[in-house]
Design a protein around this ligand. Structure first.
Ligand code: PLP
Length: 448
């Protein structure tokens, strides 16, 4: 593999992208993976590094959008997966098996809100299931979500994830703005202004009779923390109004602490959705929550337990998936959690994250450029503004052109994240990586 160089050859990436465009719309499998002029095509990963098809090395801060908290191909994770395949003699049984119980017990022990667990194959399926459980439990079916929060790509939640400044309507009463063409014409969710407790409480009270659940990312986009008072209000008001509170911890699960954002904030939601880190790099999702609510998804619809509180007459909640609770995936996830549980593992990641944050802040500040890093635990973002950032609207007011230039320059200098994306850290990142990253930032700034 070539050492990091200033001017990089990415001809093979461009050639592959040209080929991909002929057989895949836009040349990508997810629009989020595209960036101009063409995305870098990767071929190998090892620890904190990615290597592209031209042989260039990158320190990776995307980490598959946060999923790889032990880095690329941790030997212990690879070994467990290999062992699991070998011992089981098959990738999947298609029947109940022991690892799904072992993982459920682990999640019950780590997450305050979780008494029982259901598995899915992605974070998106987990939020979908959580909402259905909430609807079945409450007998209502309109969702409330926060502006700027992402919960997957289906029509019920794909509103106001990234509205433009002129699209969202009044700040205290945001409008539901679709984020995609081709959405189904179901009822739009109620959009709450994140971190505006007064306005959000007003909207919830006004719509309480139809709202089944409030779903939110306790840390928006993984890096804009909720004000504790906002979460406290949601917990208090949803309980009072008979609304299920769902923390979508697909990004924050394990990354803020093994018990997620709910542990950090000391607030217990009714349902929690997990994904990303849980699968150790393989596709996974899970919903967990209090026993009485989760029980509506059991084969008998939980009718005994809920005593008449289940959804429609005699109908159990439908939840299925050929690959749910995949043993190979759960083996990877359990080993990932075991690695994160080792003494000092999380603390080490948090310290490295803080060192990088501080380095970035002082580097740009010394050059007279207003900058802040923002985030919690092992995820952060850096923004070229001193204005406080509490919401999507605050974020939209920040000029991202300079940041984009820096990110593109950094790619040439061997620092990988998709331009404008947050940074996620892993146990594989070293002090040397951080030093190299800061040097690259310095160089990028000088070049620009
Ligand atoms: C908070 C949150 N919820 C749900 C999802 C969807 O997860 P997946 O991409 O595994 O479907 C994501 C993905 O980034 C996410 O960040």
């Amino acid at each position: 593999m070539k050492e990091t160089s200033v001017s990089r050859e990415t001809t093979q990436s461009r050639n592959l992208y040209e080929k991909a465009k002929k057989v895949m719309p836009g040349g990508v499998t997810a629009n989020i993976k595209y960036f101009s002029p063409y995305p870098i095509v990767m071929k190998k990963g090892a620890g904190s590094k990615l290597y592209d098809v031209d042989g260039n090395e990158y320190i990776d801060y995307l980490l598959c959008y946060g999923a790889l908290m032990t880095g690329h191909g941790h030997p212990r994770v690879i070994e467990k997966v290999t062992e699991q395949l070998h011992d089981a003699g098959t990738p999947i049984f298609g029947t109940p098996h022991e690892l799904e119980v072992t993982m459920a017990e682990k999640l019950v022990s780590l997450y305050k809100s979780i008494d029982t667990v259901r598995y899915t194959n992605s974070g998106m399926e987990a939020t979908l299931l959580a909402m259905r459980i909430a609807a079945a439990y409450t007998g209502k079916n309109r969702l409330a979500k926060c502006e700027g929060h992402y919960h997957g790509g289906y029509s019920q939640v794909l509103y106001s994830v990234n509205p433009e400044q002129n699209e969202g309507g009044p700040e205290e009463k945001p409008e539901a703005v679709p984020d995609s063409s081709g959405m189904s014409s179901e009822e739009k969710p109620l959009i709450l202004p994140f971190n505006n407790a007064g306005a959000a409480e007003y909207l919830l009270r006004a719509n309480a009779s139809t709202i089944s659940a409030v779903i939110l990312e306790p840390v928006q986009g993984g890096f804009i923390p909720a004000d504790p008072g906002f979460l406290q209000m949601l917990r208090r008001v949803t309980k009072e109004l008979g609304i299920v509170l769902i923390f979508d911890e697909v990004k924050t699960g394990f990354r803020l602490g093994l018990g997620g954002a709910q542990e950090e904030y000391g607030i217990t939601p009714d349902l929690t959705t997990l994904g990303k880190v849980l699968g150790g790099g393989f596709p996974v999702g899970a919903v967990g929550g209090s026993k009485d609510i989760m029980e509506v998804s059991s084969p008998d619809g939980g009718k005994d337990i809920l005593a008449g509180n289940s959804s429609e007459e005699g109908k159990a909640l439908f939840h299925s998936g050929t690959y749910n609770g995949h043993p190979t995936v759960l083996a990877a996830g359990l080993e990932t959690i075991a690695l994160l549980e080792e003494p000092g593992a999380l603390k080490g990641i948090f310290q490295k994250t803080m060192a990088l944050r501080k380095g970035i802040e002082s580097l740009y500040s010394e050059a007279g450029i207003p900058v802040q890093t923002i985030g919690k635990g092992s995820i952060f973002n850096f923004l070229f503004t001193k204005s406080p950032i509490h919401s999507h609207r605050d974020l939209k007011r920040v000029n991202m052109d300079f940041r984009k230039q820096i990110d593109c320059k950094l790619l040439e200098l061997g620092i990988y994240t998709k331009p404008l994306n947050r940074y996620s850290m892993s146990i594989a990142h070293t002090e040397e990586d951080i030093e190299r990253t800061l040097q690259a930032h310095k160089q990028a700034l000088a070049d620009i």
